[in-house]
Structures are given as C-alpha cells and as structure tokens.
Ligand binder design. Structure first.
Ligand code: AP5
Length: 202
C-alpha cells in the first residue's frame, strides 16, 4: 500500500501516520523527521536543513528528492510506505510519479485557527510521541520539548508556503483519481475512522 498523508502544518499528519503504519505494517516516511534527525546529528545536511526549517521555508527539491530516492531503496519499503510531509511541491510529486505508484493521497483539511492552536500547543517527547497542551496534555512525569519552528511567526510562514504550493499538487493527484479530502479538524478518533474507511474500500 503506497500512501501519502497531506495537509497544512498541524493538520495531524504525524499523529495519524503513527496509527496508520501500526495498522498496516508499512514504514512511516516523514521528511520533516528525517531532516530533524540530521539536524540533531549535526551532519552537513542537518546544518543546511536547520536554516530553512527555522525560517519555515522549504528545502530545495533536489535535496529532498535525493533523500526520498535513497529511503525508498530500503527493504522495509517493499510492501509499501506512508509519506508524511512529502511531496510538498509539484516538482517533488512529478519525480515521485516516475518511481512509485501512489494508491491514495489523503488530505486532512483544517481551519487555520485550529492549526495555529495545535502547533503552538504541540509538545513532543524525544522518542517521537506527540502531545498537545490544549487537546492531549503530556503526563506530569513525561519530559517534553517544543519544536523550534512551532512559534507563531514561523507557523504563519509555514502556512503561507503550504497554501502557495498545495493547489497544483492537489490537481495532480485529483487527475489521477487518487485524492481523498477529509475533515482534519474533527476529534482524533473520528479522523482516524474516516481514514480507515477510505483505506478499506481501496
Ligand atoms: P514537517 O515536519 O513535515 O512539518 P509540517 O508539515 O509543518 O507539519 P507538522 O509536523 O508541523 O504537522 P503535522 O500535520 O504532522 O501535525 P501533528 O500530527 O504533529 O516539516 C518541517 C520542515 O521541514 C518544513 O517547514 C521544511 O522546512 C522541511 N521539509 C519537510 N519536508 C519537506 C519537503 N518535502 N520539501 C521541502 N522541505 C521540507 O499535530 C499537530 C498537533 O495537533 C499535535 O499537538 C497533535 O497532538 C494535535 N492534533 C493532531 N490531530 C488532532 C486532532 N484530530 N484533534 C486534536 N488535536 C490534534
């Protein structure tokens, strides 16, 4: 099963990706997570990525395409994969089309005021668990941190870039009959049920 979870920053891609891959036993490929790991390791790629990410800007397509081509060659992708945060430009989508058949693109559509609250309230653990001080607060004994790009100024830039780049990608996948738009601002369980309904009828 080759899937893409799409949506503005804060739409719930990472949250629902974890539930989907647990159910379907496919790898969760998040370009954001890959880049944050490189930043944490202090690699050359990480140093480059840091400046783009802190400003809320997209990395150049050639860097991202290289990462994806390499990742798809790994053994765990043989039975499928779930992309989160990729493709983010039409160039990335067209490149992906040359190397993989995408069965479904699920777009989590949310209102901006909800996105802003979700992102300013997001807290993470070092092992990747996602909490939210407003909707799903971390237990008192759990150590959490806030992402560097989850401040209001950077969030607004990330949202702007999303809306500037999304429409040609949506047209591209709608043209292939693989595009499903769902309400991402419902409760987490309800959104996941809708995703499962789509994946079970494919
Ligand atoms: P990336 O890491 O992909 O970030 P993003 O797209 O901005 O998305 P987020 O991870 O912020 O949001 P999400 O949709 O996963 O939300 P989440 O599930 O955590 O990219 C970061 C940066 O890396 C980019 O800005 C760019 O610089 C670079 N980059 C990455 N990929 C790239 C690419 N392909 N090309 C170029 N550059 C790239 O949920 C958010 C919060 O809401 C959480 O607290 C969660 O608990 C809560 N929540 C979620 N769903 C619900 C719900 N239904 N009800 C209540 N709360 C909810």
């Amino acid at each position: 099963m080759n899937l893409i979870l799409m949506g503005a920053p804060g739409a719930g891609k990472g949250t629902h990706a974890k539930d989907i891959v647990a159910r379907f036993d496919i790898p969760h490929i998040s370009t954001g997570d890959i880049l944050r790991e490189e930043v944490a390791k202090g690699t050359e790629l990480g140093t480059t990525a840091k400046s783009y990410m802190e400003a809320g800007k997209l990395l150049p397509d050639d860097i991202i395409i290289e990462i994806i081509k390499k990742r798809l060659q790994e053994d765990d992708c043989r039975n499928g994969f779930l992309f989160d945060g990729f493709p983010r430009t039409i160039v990335q989508a067209e490149m992906l089309d040359k190397i993989a058949d995408i069965e479904a693109v699920i777009y989590l559509k949310c209102d901006d005021d909800i996105l802003l609250k979700r992102l300013t309230g997001r807290r993470m653990t070092e092992d990747g668990k996602i909490y939210n001080i407003y909707f799903d607060p971390p237990p008192e004994n759990v150590k959490v941190y806030q992402r560097d790009d989850d401040n209001e100024e950077t969030i607004r830039e990330r949202l702007k870039i999303f809306y500037d780049t999304f429409s040609p990608i949506m047209d591209f996948y709608e043209g292939k009959g693989a595009f499903y738009e769902i309400k991402g601002d419902d409760a987490r369980e309800k959104v996941f049920d809708t995703i499962l309904t789509i994946l079970n009828i494919m």
